[in-house]
Design a binder for this molecule. Structure first.
Ligand code: ATR
Length: 271
């Protein structure tokens, strides 16, 4: 049976085994999907052992996305732009290929939520790997500008340097006043119950406040946006499912439907 896995450290909390086993049933695919805890300094060895035992592909999560980027023999354009790999697979010639489905996952989720990305001015908060991975696909989806705001401006500037003038770097306190219809929180602040400290004036035109973090309850950023009168808020569960669906399609050539799996996951989160 074809083997797949998610590599991470820690990995116990990963939803990927559940998601991919549901996708496999739905798409009638004979495959096994495991969670593999790789030592922080042993990702490459772990991956090679996995391939030697029949592994065909993997998802890669924290903290190995940059190491997977180094390990891949060929990279998709979007993985190159992201500087990180979240999906590995072996192609028909035996080469290790690296791709990144995080950005297309976000775009698919925004489309699912009814956002019209064409010509949209986006405020993107945070300048870590999560942020960098989604900029290329957002531009490709037609957004007119991405203002990339980060607590430490140098990190935002370093990312913006990889893109054209549509991506503008700034600090959290000098965000230009623009009509941001979409604000995306790509900081990790929600993991510890916080939110990026930005002025509420930037939310005035916002139609959707999107947090890449997800959980049983709305994140602090989502609740704050709601209080400020933003009509809609969403967490990153849909992005998680959509990036997984894109990886599954790369591996198996069939595209699963995320709706039923999302309902099941939402239920699990609240249990
Ligand atoms: P990831 O790969 O998930 O993006 P990361 O590379 O550690 O994780 O990046 C975390 C991001 O969240 C950074 O942009 C960080 O800001 P700094 O670069 O200034 O550290 C941001 N972040 C984390 N906690 C934050 C908070 N409380 N307020 C604002 N930004 C925060």
């Amino acid at each position: 049976m074809d083997r797949y896995a998610v590599f991470g450290n820690p990995i116990g909390q990963s939803k990927s085994p559940f998601i991919h086993s549901q996708f496999a049933v739905q798409c009638a695919q004979q495959m096994q999907y495991d969670a593999i805890l790789a030592p922080v300094d042993g990702f490459a060895d772990c991956w090679h052992n996995f391939v030697a035992s029949g592994g065909k592909g993997a998802n890669v999560t924290m903290p190995f996305k940059e190491q997977a980027y180094q390990l891949a023999e060929t990279l998709s354009a979007r993985a190159q732009l992201a500087g990180a790999v979240n999906t590995l697979y072996i192609d028909s010639t035996g080469k290790v290929c690296g791709d990144n489905t995080d950005g297309v996952g976000l775009v698919a989720d925004l489309i699912r939520l009814g956002v019209n990305l064409a010509g949209c001015e986006v405020l993107l908060l945070g300048a870590g790997g999560a942020s960098r991975g989604v900029i290329g696909p957002l531009l490709e989806a037609g957004v007119s500008q991405i203002v990339l705001a980060n607590r430490s401006i140098d990190k935002a500037q370093a990312i913006a340097a990889n893109f054209d003038r549509r991506v503008l770097a700034c600090g959290l306190t000098d965000i230009p006043q623009q009509a941001y219809l979409l604000i995306i929180n790509a900081t990790s602040s929600g993991l510890t119950g916080g939110r990026p400290d930005i002025s509420a004036q930037h939310l005035k035109h916002c139609q959707l406040a999107y947090d890449m973090v997800y959980g049983a309850q709305p994140t602090t950023f989502m609740s704050w946006a709601k209080q400020q009168g933003v009509a809609r808020q969403a967490d990153g569960l849909g992005m998680l499912l959509s990036q997984a669906a894109a990886a599954f399609t790369i591996w198996r050539g069939v595209t699963p439907d995320i709706a039923t799996v999302m309902t099941a996951l939402r239920l699990q989160l609240t249990e």
